[in-house]
Design a protein around this ligand. Structure first.
Ligand code: X8Z
Ligand code: ZN
Length: 595
């Protein structure tokens, strides 16, 4: 579940706050929010959890109602919190009031009818996405994960195209609802004192929204040259594979050929890209499948990495209450998420785990969220959150950067280890297809939403605006003509699920800063791509200390606690991939890059 939403849920139903008198001190107000919120958040979490793991019209009613009460609480809380601005408060209370006034990802105006409408829209869109299927001409229907598997594995241009188009039939039915969400959300943001929802979203980073947009642009500029090299090489290889009539060397890449439904990560087409064929193969999927791994073994193994750092074991309730397998008899929201239910006492993962390397990675990602919950459990509720949302996303991914060949070998997931330059380049290519390919996608999603929220992209231009950004940032294009009958942004979970996305862009950059800092703490001196912090308690302690801070302090403090730096910085990720960058430049030297 999205962290911001949890924050509201965590302080849900504090109906009493509307009755408070002005004489209540800021500190008393914050303390009362804590008590009332903790009591009432359980009900909201329960409603959302059941909704996400059992999509029916009944659970839509229950979840929407719970959401409505959450929004009512939020409005009342903000009204009172505003009164304390500029008054004399201790630092923790000041921080708490500031966090309350940041707002959630979908604030409602203080109007019961609009609250109900907003909550119903959000519940409905996510449900439609979760229950989405594509049925072909023969009437054979496939769910998202099955369609994703085709995108990952097929190398048949037309089959890929059918599935790519097919999934995009799920979103036009809620295009109008999305437009209405934007209208109501903007009204809510204005009541919080922002121009629109874009400004509110950009305001969650301990700096003003304008400064944040400049900062995120700066980070993109730092990594873009490396992306451009990768794009150039990938396009050339795809052109060899599918023919220059299908993949032209001076145009954006057709979006359905990159191994992923949204062209967000490209590691599924590593087979086409492998720089030195057959050198140092890693096939975690094959190893897990042949050894009969299941979702429990995968989760326990991921947990084992965190405990090796000195972090606690997961509570028994985690395995009892999580949903780690797709139920056969009902619709659920399969998009993976981690839930902080009952203040760190009942953390859960919801994931339709399949036995493959990608899902194993996602499990580590989700456990990163879970360990954040466990480690900031003793903070007051208002401070339970990532230092910023990108921190929350980066923890599990940081761990994955330590899953080196020797680690995988120890877990029985890899045979012999091959060393040397060719092996390094192969490994870096695989990882770059995941981490570097993602960066412009991570950036453009909210670029689109910011423009939609501000009105720069008008409702009648939603789809054209989407593809303009897809082309500009990623250098990809729709493989068939699209129109305003389509709603291609809506075919990505985070749009109907209303989860801000810049967090992932930031995370992909910061996780390399974290990896570097933790490797230094572990006293490892070799190149960063060979470093693993597995079993290292010094690195674990450093990470744990940062996690335990939650969002009690501005994020640069948390960044400093782990890296010694106070800024996000693209240098760690570009340094990490320096060997691959040299190799790519050599490959591209006679090519004309760009689109
Ligand atoms: O949504 C997620 C996680 C849950 S927070 C599975 N991710 C993004 C995505 O799938 O689009 C992780 C990386 C990017
Ligand atoms: Zn996440």
């Amino acid at each position: 579940m999205n962290i911001k939403l949890l924050l509201i849920a965590a302080s849900l139903f504090m109906v009493g706050c509307g009755d408070a008198t002005r004489t209540e001190s800021a500190a008393d107000f914050v303390a009362r929010m804590e008590v009332e919120g903790n009591e009432l958040s359980k009900e909201a979490s329960a409603a959302y959890w059941v909704r996400s793991t059992y999509i029916t019209s009944d659970t839509a009613i229950l979840a929407a109602k719970a959401g409505e009460r959450g929004l009512a609480f939020e409005s009342a809380m903000v009204k009172q919190a505003k009164q304390y601005l500029g008054t004399d408060m201790d630092p923790d209370t000041t921080r708490a009031i500031e966090l309350m006034l940041r707002g959630s990802s979908a604030p409602a105006p203080d109007d019961a009818a609009l609250r109900a409408e907003l909550s119903a829209i959000l519940t409905d869109m996510e449900g439609q996405y979760g229950a989405g299927k594509y049925c072909n001409a023969e009437g054979v229907c496939k769910e998202l994960q099955e369609l994703e598997a085709v995108l990952a594995e097929s190398r048949d241009y037309d089959e890929l195209l059918e599935v790519w188009k097919g999934w995009r039939e799920v979103s036009p039915p809620y295009r109008k609802e999305y437009q209405r969400f934007v209208e109501i959300g903007n009204l809510g943001a204005q009541e919080f004192g922002y121009d629109n929802l874009a400004e509110l979203w950009q305001g969650g980073y301990d700096m003003d929204s304008k400064t944040f947009t400049i900062e995120s642009r700066r980070l993109w500029d730092e990594v873009k040259p490396l992306y451009d090299e990768l794009h150039c090489h990938v396009r050339a290889k795809l052109s060899e594979t599918y023919g220059a009539d299908k993949v032209a060397l001076d145009k954006p890449i057709p979006a359905h050929l990159l191994g992923n439904m949204w062209s967000q990560t490209w590691d599924n087409i590593y087979d086409i890209m492998e720089p030195f064929p057959g050198v140092a193969p890693v096939d975690v999927t094959a190893a897990m499948q042949s050894q009969g791994w299941d979702e429990i073994k995968m989760t326990k193994t991921a947990e084992g990495f965190f405990t090796s750092l000195g972090m606690p074991a997961l509570p028994d309730s985690f395995y009892k209450n999580s949903m780690l397998k797709k139920p056969r008899d009902r619709n659920v929201v399969c998009h993976a998420s981690a839930w902080d239910i009952d203040n760190g006492n009942d953390p859960r993962v919801k994931q339709c785990v399949e036995v493959n390397g990608e899902q194993f990675g996602t499990l580590h990602h989700e456990l990163g969220h879970i360990y954040y919950y466990l480690l900031y459990k003793d903070q007051p509720s208002i401070f339970k959150g990532g230092a910023h949302d990108g921190f929350h996303e980066a923890i599990g991914d940081t761990i994955q950067l330590s899953m080196t060949p020797s680690y995988l070998q120890e877990k029985g997931l890899m045979g012999e280890i091959t060393e040397g330059h060719e092996a390094t380049i192969n490994k870096q290519m695989k990882l770059a297809l995941e981490k570097i390919a993602f960066l412009p996608f991570g950036k453009m999603i909210d670029e689109w939403r910011w423009q939609v929220f501000s009105g720069e992209i008008a409702p009648e231009d939603y789809n054209a605006g989407w593809w303009k950004l897809r082309e500009e940032y990623q250098g990809i294009e729709a493989p068939v003509a699209r129109s305003e009958q389509d709603f291609d942004a809506g075919a990505k979970y985070h749009i109907p699920g209303n989860t801000p996305y810049t967090r992932y862009f930031l995370s992909f950059i910061m996780q390399f800063q974290f990896h570097k800092a933790l490797c230094e703490a572990a006293g490892q001196e070799g190149p960063l791509h060979e470093c693993s912090i597995y079993n290292n308690k010094a690195a674990g302690e450093k990470l744990s200390n940062m996690l335990a801070m939650g969002q009690s302090k501005p994020w640069p403090d948390a960044m400093e606690a782990i890296t010694g730096q106070r800024a996000m910085d693209g240098k760690a990720i570009t340094d990490y991939f320096a060997p691959l960058n040299v190799w790519l430049k050599e490959q591209n030297k006679d090519r004309s890059c760009g689109w």
